[in-house]
Design a protein around this ligand. Sequence first.
Ligand code: CA
Length: 476
Amino acid sequence: MNGRRSRIFALLVPAFVAIMAWLVALAGPAWADTLVVRSASVPGARVSADTVVRLELVSRGARITGAIPEFGMYRVEVSPDRAKMLQADPAGSGLAWARPEVLLHTSLVPNDPGYPYQWWATSIDVPPVWGLPEVQNPVTLAVLDTGVNTNLPDFAGRFVDGVDIVSGSTAPGAWLDTYGHGTWVASVAAATGNNRTGIAGVSWSARIMPVKIGSSGTFSDFDAARGILYAVDHGAQVLNMSWGAESRSLPLAEAVSYARARGAVLVAAAGNNYGGPVNYPAAEPGVIAVAATTSTNARAAFSAVGPALDLAAPGDRVVSTGLNGALVLVSGTSFSSPMVAGTAALLLSAAPNLTAAQLEGILKTTAKDLGAAGPDQYFGAGLVDAAAAVAALSTLPPTSTTTLPPTTTTLPPTTTTTLAPTTTTTLPPTTTTTVQRTRRVPITTTTLVPITTTTLVPTTTTTLPSTTTTTVRRRR
Ligand SMILES: [Ca+2]
């Protein structure tokens, strides 16, 4: 008789719990918090204890979404108020404890030979992001530079049509990098990771658009402006510009305005001219200006300083991949910029409708504050934090589409009326003198101080992991 009664009880109670759960679900409370709770009774001891805890939880407005009976543990969804109550007084609900569910990240350690030297990847907190499925969607990232070495395995299958702006050729051979700078920059931004070769770049899925605007250490601002136009017109969503000059360039200002009006995200090196102003186009409104930090999150000695700075990223002794596929150590804000550009590509991959302004806002609000509290002239909003930026996407209100139309309507007048006259009048005197590539600084910091406006051409970059790594530069 007793046995039969307890069997009936065993059947009735779960049915009652199910009905309660169903009623609570019907009532539709705003489930917001997920907790993991543990029964106060001995785990797995008695079915009835388990049932009592379940009943108690449901009666207190919790929805059980999972159980580990062996541990006496449940995952429950509760309203924020209930979550607070259960955590503050677990015993009142027959619980030993109640804690928020913790989301764990995959701990992918890439097998690339350069990765052990990539302190910079940890510095910008990108490893937690690499395994996430939402950042695997392709985003087009234009590298406006000396071209890119198409033969490196780290870029296999990653290119969209590039161009050699100077010759106008779109043949793959035309935008081949023979200098190195563009390849170093592209590797940092987007080298394929975990493929046992080279390094692990920031974004492993971005489509790389090589826009070759010159083949040595100096570019013309006219060619650079044409490069921006080409990139935007051919679908580039993020543009990296690891070069600049102290004086403002009107052709670049026009091109930047054109690109921004079309929604592109523009990222540029702040410049290696410490003591001088943040370079253009980095200092141009609408361009994310990136300063350089060291492995200890200090300002790199050469990094330009000023109110135009937006963000900081490592730029001192950054390991990248050279033209011949060997690892190289390179320094300069040239390499800070592609870290931010690569992070921008990750964000757009996860949230394609993000506007450039929203994206910049997320990068800034999630950056790790360095130096004086709040934004400052040495680090801008701080050190870019890729994982925090991607995590912040989930907190965005879904309003991105409403802000788009106004942007597009303002386009036509700006571009058609002002482009032509500006370019023809200002070109001849200014092209070669006003725009210089951001100089790569030598690894030996003692030679950094006398930075002048002359064009510096680094002649060698030594390969890792030899201990004496020096980059020699030659002054004109
Ligand atoms: Ca690699």
